[in-house]
Design a protein around this ligand. Structure first.
Ligand SMILES: NC(=O)c1ccc[n+]([C@@H]2O[C@H](COP(=O)([O-])OP(=O)(O)OC[C@H]3O[C@@H](n4cnc5c(N)ncnc54)[C@H](O)[C@@H]3O)[C@@H](O)[C@H]2O)c1
Ligand SMILES: [Zn+2]
Length: 676
């Protein structure tokens, strides 16, 4: 194995176990020789995990490769701690070739420490010691002289120099605890570094386990115990739109809900308000969670109405507090304030909502708060939790290097942060629509009658950070409510609802049974009424605007034979568009419709008998129906599910922000169905 391969294997092993480091946290390195292609001679190199990415899935492309002689020569030009940030740019002049990732801020620590292999990690157990008020004494007591305490210092060149000095002065040490932050361990071989890292992590965990007081979070709080699962999910769904609206006041966010034991236990005990107020400590943690969460200060059985009222009050004070925090620490060089809303909202008895600009970020923010809870439990169990100072948090949150990282992020896709729910999306037009909306950055909920089919369609689009499949019969009010509850728990809320579920029976008036009539009206007319009603209650509460799109039909206007029940149900849907556009406009909710025609490919409606009937009515073969429809059109083009999907995107995309109550024909031109 090459040095780099060895390093990747060790990193993947360490990153695979969440006890070792939080998601995307920490970095590892190895030093070794390779042939310099310029001289043909050996050259000493440093392979170090670069900026971004996660240890568990690290690949060679995620490593930065630097020349060790040049990297270490930086010590001679280092201008001092006041200007240490300049050294990050200097790393680029130490790179060996163009391969690999950008060097991260922690590169100095890896390069300057005189050990072949170095691991820097953020284990909950290690950070618990690092954030204990008497962390220095605890480090001595737990590790003797094998692990050295390093008081908090912001990551950077100086921290690298400090740790290098410790390693030189204490040859027996295998690593250190970095106050407020994490651990660093080293070894002469890759195995030794890994063994030392794990020894520090496991020894700290075992010590906490053995010496922690029984109730680190204090006694149980009367009335704050977790609600039974069904009740807390129902309450979480009822609160979700309000909470997402609060988290999105400055910029729209996607949400994630977590009601794990760790979260519920924290909220059920007396110390949680005090500890939550102290905020997180490890830089990785608070960059994703903000300095502190918003905590609802009501018991588990508080009513939804009371909870909403109180959450809205708390949001106002949260924003004031955040502004004050910014004003206390910002100077004229600080980047502008980045939004005052909480990223973590805790609801006793119910769980935690976490937010981000996409689902993965929202989910990881929640994971980090769980890490922070574990850290607080460990620290309080042994001592008292003492995170780094607020001013240091500000320095990191508004660090010029952090700002530059944010500026380098690619521009978001047009539907980023928007949550779409498409009914009948396991097939045909609905599936194509869900795919398109996801491709434009939306999170999508695929609802259909059959759960397995809905989940399969979701899996075709992406993992559960992108798409989830749900079973729901849109003609059943309780099922529609359950569908919205599941959707808001999956992504925090809903923004964009497509009434697409439908079915079609081609029959003459005399053949059409009462049941035929009811079925089509139940699914399309009543179904979209129920879906729009449930959607509107979420959209109005969120106060983030929204879109409702109806997949109506050419047949809502055009009168042909053998179509009375379907055509009438479609006309009903079409008028719902206008009625709801008129009613919901004051909430910033747009309601528009699409009139497709002759979408044969991919359509379950056509495959399931309707196609055969229509072909019979028109006197053509069923397999030629698509072509037949194309010839009837002004443009002589066959209409595909993707053409309808495109129109849905345009209607709810950024360009038609001022259009509501509109129907867009997507039928390749059928003069008889022109709108007038
Ligand atoms: N295909 C066309 O030419 C065409 C033309 C105009 C309008 N439309 C409309 O487009 C929509 C989609 O049609 P398609 O051609 O993609 O058909 P499709 O059969 O491929 O898809 C419709 C989906 O709706 C689902 N569905 C049916 N009843 C449901 C219910 N009660 N609850 C939840 N889901 C239900 C079905 O399971 C199916 O997956 C329908 O409303 C249809 O009327 C289609
Ligand atoms: Zn770190």
């Amino acid at each position: 194995m090459t040095t780099a391969e060895d390093l990747i294997a060790r990193s993947n092993r360490l990153g695979a176990d969440p006890k070792n480091t939080n998601y995307a946290g920490g970095n590892t390195s190895a030093k070794g020789t390779a042939t310099d292609p310029v001289t043909g001679q050996d050259v000493e190199l440093l392979w170090v995990k670069g900026s971004g990415g996660d240890l568990g899935t690290l690949k060679e492309s995620g490593l930065a490769v630097l020349r060790l002689d040049r990297m270490r020569a930086l010590v001679d030009v280092y201008p001092g701690v006041e200007r240490e940030d300049e050294m990050v740019a200097a790393f680029d002049y130490c790179l060996h070739g163009k391969v690999g990732a950008a060097p991260s801020i922690d590169t100095a620590m890896h390069g300057l420490v005189d050990a072949k292999h170095v691991d820097h990690l953020h284990p909950d157990s290690g950070i618990a010691i690092a954030t204990a008020a008497d962390g220095e004494n605890l480090t001595k007591e737990i590790f003797g002289d094998q692990v050295v305490w390093v008081p908090w210092r912001r990551p950077g060149f100086q921290l690298g120099l400090d740790i290098a000095e410790i390693k030189a002065k204490t040859p027996q040490a295998v690593g250190c605890v970095l106050g407020g932050h994490g651990i660093t361990a080293w070894g002469d071989t890759s195995e030794e570094a890994e063994k030392n890292s794990l020894w520090i992590i496991d020894t700290a965990a075992a010590y906490i386990e053995e010496h922690s007081k029984a109730e680190p979070f204090g006694p149980a709080l009367e009335g704050y115990a977790a609600l039974p699962e069904e009740d807390r999910r129902t309450k979480a769904a009822a609160l979700a739109p309000t909470i997402r609206g609060i988290a999105s006041a400055d910029q729209p966010m996607v949400g994630h809900f977590n009601d794990s034991e760790v979260v519920l236990d924290f909220l059920a005990h007396e110390a949680h308000p005090r500890l939550a107020e102290l905020g997180t400590s490890c830089p990785d943690h608070f960059l994703r969670t903000k300095v502190k969460p918003l905590v609802l200060d009501l018991p588990a059985d508080a009513s939804v109405e009371d909870s909403i009222t109180r959450l809205k009050e708390l949001a106002v004070s949260y924003r004031e507090d955040y502004q004050n925090y910014y004003d206390r620490h910002a100077d004229q060089n600080s980047p502008a304030i980045r939004g005052k809303d909480p990223l973590i909202v805790l609801v006793p008895g119910v769980g935690m909502f976490s937010f981000g600009r996409n689902k993965q970020t929202a989910r990881v923010a929640g994971e980090f708060y769980v890490n922070a809870i574990n850290v607080m439990r460990g620290a309080e169990g042994l001592s008292t939790y003492a995170p780094i100072d607020e001013s240091e948090k500000f320095r990191i949150e508004y660090w010029a290097l952090e700002e530059a990282k944010l500026q380098r992020m690619p521009a978001p896709k047009p539907l980023a942060t928007r949550v779409a729910l498409v009914t009948g999306a396991a097939s045909g037009i609905g599936k194509a629509t869900a795919k398109r909306l996801a491709a434009e950055g939306a999170c999508v909920v695929i609802a259909d009658l059959d759960l397995a089919k809905a989940q399969a369609a979701a899996a075709e689009i992406g993992n559960s950070d992108v798409a989830v499949g749900l079973a729901a019969d849109v003609s059943d009010e309780a099922a529609v409510q359950a569908m919205f509850d599941a959707a808001v728990l999956a992504f925090g809320g809903v923004d964009l609802v497509v009434n697409n579920a439908g079915l079609s029976l081609s029959k003459s008036l005399l053949e059409t049974t009462e049941r035929d009539w009811d079925l089509q009206h139940d699914v399309m007319a009543k179904g979209s009424f129920l879906v729009s009603k449930a959607a509107a209650s979420v959209l109005i509460e969120q106060e983030m605007g929204g879109d409702i799109v109806y997949i109506s039909s050419k047949n809502s206007l055009f009168a042909g034979p053998n179509n009375v029940a379907y055509g009438a149900a479609k006309a009903d849907q079409a008028h719902q568009v206008r009625l709801l556009a008129a009613e919901l406009g004051e909430h910033g909710i747009k309601v528009n419709g699409i009139n497709p025609d002759g979408v044969v490919q991919g359509s379950g409606i056509f495959a399931g008998g309707w196609g055969a009937k229509r072909a019979e009515v028109y006197g053509v073969k069923e397999e030629e129906l698509g072509k037949f429809y194309a010839q009837r059109t002004l443009l002589k083009r066959e209409v595909l599910p993707e053409n309808i999907a495109n129109a849905v995107f345009v209607l709810c995309g950024p360009d038609l922000s001022h259009t509501t109550g509109l129907h867009v024909p997507v039928d390749a031109g059928v003069a008889a169905a022109f709108l007038r």
